[in-house]
Design a protein around this ligand. Structure first.
Ligand code: UDP
Length: 328
């Protein structure tokens, strides 16, 4: 039986490529649309790569008409908080205007099912220990705002017949257990690859702030394995395609367990059996003290459960994939 196409924007990136692998394993045909500005050509292994930009509405429309996907999984975005504070226009241009271009192409081609990569950064600095989807969203930086704006657009676009799911990721981490793909950002800003790099003679890790109102003074985050995120996309796709009525739903994707920066360092030291060189430095602007998910809705509606997200598995797979400098 021939496979049904799914268009994956940003499918050459970290979470997009892991999702393509899982889509393929589940019997779908991922078709990647990526401008390779941050993604990697060698990560596109489970389907065709079309090089293109989100702003190219004509090209997107033609691709949608040619491949007739049942849905679009939309990962393509800029995703660094610090960069978004320095250059907000670029973030709104890429993440909001780029998504509008995609939506108008989808509307023109009659493809109206979408899974959107959203983020816990849409919540801002919540004052609850466990974040569910119904607390007010008050993003505090242009990255979070750009994702929040797209969520509002998707909610409104139900009037155009769209069915969409926003998946609000907590901290994506870890790598494909088969080591075919993994985390590879340039520059790398994420904690776990940087901690791994700091076990070598290289750069000491800067711990951003030691005076937060948390048990050990460092920030607490909910780390979720990229394979579990990929699995949630396949489940969200199945959920989208079970009905044809316009809809918008948002789901948190996290484990409900919070780990501090120092706990991450200890987990890496244990896994690698080498000390992590570190120094406490200033707080990084825009970092909330604690972000931990209440992900019961994804569990109840999508039947999703994180199965690979113990800290041990996250660190083990990230280590097996290798620190960023290994690929430079
Ligand atoms: N962090 C740190 N040193 C680093 C990078 C990150 O102390 O070199 C901290 C950061 O302040 C945050 C946590 O690690 O509290 C996770 O940061 P990351 O950039 O990985 O993800 P984010 O939470 O920003 O999405």
């Amino acid at each position: 039986m021939s496979r049904v196409n799914i268009l994956v924007t940003g499918g050459a990136g970290y979470i997009g490529s892991h999702t393509c692998k899982m889509l393929h394993a589940a019997g779908w045909a991922p078709v990647v649309y990526d401008n390779l500005s941050r993604g990697h050509r060698e990560f596109v292994k489970w389907g065709e790569l079309i090089e293109g930009d989100l702003h190219d509405t004509e090209k997107l429309t033609a691709v949608l008409k040619e491949f007739k996907p049942s849905a679009v999984l939309h990962f393509a975005a800029l995703a660094y908080v610090g960069e978004s504070v320095r250059d907000p226009l670029r973030y709104y241009e890429n993440n909001v205007a780029g998504t509008l271009s995609l939506l108008s192409a989808m509307n023109a081609a009659g493809v109206r099912n979408l899974v959107f990569s959203s983020t816990c950064a849409t919540y801002g600095v919540p004052n609850v220990p466990f974040i569910n989807e119904d607390i007010p969203q008050q993003p505090v930086n242009p990255y979070g705002q750009s994702k929040w704006m797209v969520e509002q657009i998707l909610r409104a676009a139900t009037a155009n017949g769209f069915r969409s799911v926003a998946l609000r990721y907590f901290n994506a981490a870890g790598a494909d257990p088969d080591r075919e793909i993994g985390e590879w950002h340039e520059p790398e800003t994420h904690l776990i690859p940087l901690v791994l790099a700091a076990t070598d003679a290289g750069q000491p890790l800067q711990v951003f702030g030691g005076d937060y109102p948390t048990p050990d003074g460092t920030c607490v985050r909910d780390y979720i394995h990229v394979t579990d995120l990929a699995d949630a996309h396949v489940k969200a796709l199945d959920w989208l395609l079970t009905d044809t009525r316009p809809a918008f739903e948002a789901f948190n994707l996290g484990t409900g367990n919070g780990y501090s920066v120092l706990e991450i360092i200890q987990a890496v030291e244990k896994a690698v059996r080498r000390p992590v060189h570190r120094a406490i430095s200033e707080r990084r602007p825009g970092d909330p003290p604690r972000l931990v998910a209440d992900a019961r809705r994804a569990n109840e509606i999508l039947k999703w459960q994180p199965l690979h997200s113990t800290l041990e598995t996250i660190v083990k797979t990230a280590h097996a994939w290798g620190p960023p400098h290994a690929r430079q």
